[in-house]
Ligand binder design. Sequence first.
Ligand SMILES: [Zn+2]
Length: 573
Amino acid sequence: MARYFPKSFVADLISRVDIVEVIGKSINLKKNGSRYKALCPFHDEKTPSFIVTPEKGIYYCFGCSENGNAIDFLIKFENLSFPEAIEALSEIVGLQLPENSKYKEDNHKYLFQAISKANEIYKLNLNKNNDASNYLKNRGINKFSIDRYELGFSPNSWDSLRKSALKKDYENYNQSGLMIKNEKGHYYDRFRNRIMFPIKNISGKIIGFGGRIISNEQPKYLNSPETNIFRKANELYGLYEAKNKKGNIDKIIVVEGYIDVISLTQNGIESVVATMGTAITNSHIKKLKRFSEKIIFCFDGDKAGRAAAWRALETLLLSAGGTIEFKFLILPEGSDPDSIITQEGKSNFENLIEKSMSLTEFLFSELEEKIELNNTDNLSKLVSLVKPLLEKVSNPIYKELIINKLSQKINIKTEKLSNLLEEKNIERKVDAPIPQNLSKNTLIRKAITLILHYPSAARELKTVPNLSDIDLPGIRLLENLIYISRKNKNYNTANLEEHFREDNEGKFLSKLIGEKPLDNKNAAPLVLSDSIKRIIENDLRNKLSNLMNKGSKLTNEEKLKINDIQEKIKSFF
Ligand SMILES: [Zn+2]
């Protein structure tokens, strides 16, 4: 649901609300020093591990890691929507809702209606257009599949949909991504000369489209943009159809394209879904886990496919080691699921599925591609590759399993390897700019955690540090947190969380709520300024050593830069 409240209003609300009062209405809180304790309402437990910290405005459960501010509690425990939670809190605090925050009429209903009307039009178009029908025929897609997946066609024209639609619906088409409104206020069709693949949510409602061009133009595939009802990171093409098939789903196969889904199911491989040009997300995995305990990720054997598979692996490590079995099927180079099933048949494809690798097998096969495992010279390289991966694994047994396997492969004792992997400051390439992957023990993560828990520490920094030259994971978030905390003098932890509610950073911050930054909060300003100094100094030293490594190949400009950096480093002493 779209956000209708000014951020400043929500921030004010969060600062005023007494989280103990809010949560205390629903569950029994017991005072414990400056905090409150309770049995966690989000998981079963006999001894209380649910903590409410009024000063920070947040709750945290040490058992299940559930956490958030007062708004989150109302959303998660009372099942309120965001606007409902804001309304409820405003009432408790006695704040008047701002004028412009009256609910917009929920327009989702109209978007769904517009989209489904459009699909009826697209379906009629497909029957009328020979080029489109021939395209599908040539791809081997039969009438049964066309009906099952409700395929359609958008003609090669700027106003085909517009002409078939009522004027009052234009804006709904615009908001559902099927039309585009130009600067002059004119509407025109987004999809032209494309086979239309309707994307359905889990209850069968169409929420967006994928469009495949039938000429040689680019892009080959065009998807609906993100809208209020369509989020690529949450949706899987074909899941609704897979779910509706009779019988149990013993496994789900995840592929990369719409045609792959249709082609496989048409040829007797059931329960196939596809992502929509995005990497696998946790949200996808959560969804899939509801339907099957065995999920097979199928990737094309080319470079792009292997890279996508590795990204999937990195995401899967988070939930690996549970009851769900993840498998990887990397197809021979140059082929995709559609080409294999149509050229080699169902049984050959099933054979490939049989041979698919477990998550661990795939992990090691990829590592072996990158380095020779049986060469001890590569040990530090290996450790630097595996360490960030292991940090993602949440299941401790699974983590140990990987370490054991690895120790066998490289013929080194498990304890020694564990120690190596535990060691801090092992040189490793930083190639993950997203804060989600910001590993523990980094100074940046520590500084972020500090500010999150003690925003006032950022206000006590003598000057605003200049971090703009630094390019490390998490540094932009750190910069942002310093800026926000200094600008808003009354911000507490709950405010900071609220500020990032709709962003990826928000999810990352909520992970850090459970990390205890310090024993003595009075030390926060000093520790923070010290960490920031060290971040800057380390960065300068890295840049310096990179330049020095160039030796005689240095340009004059670079030589000056070295002087400059050396001066800066001196100023730290
Ligand atoms: Zn809990």
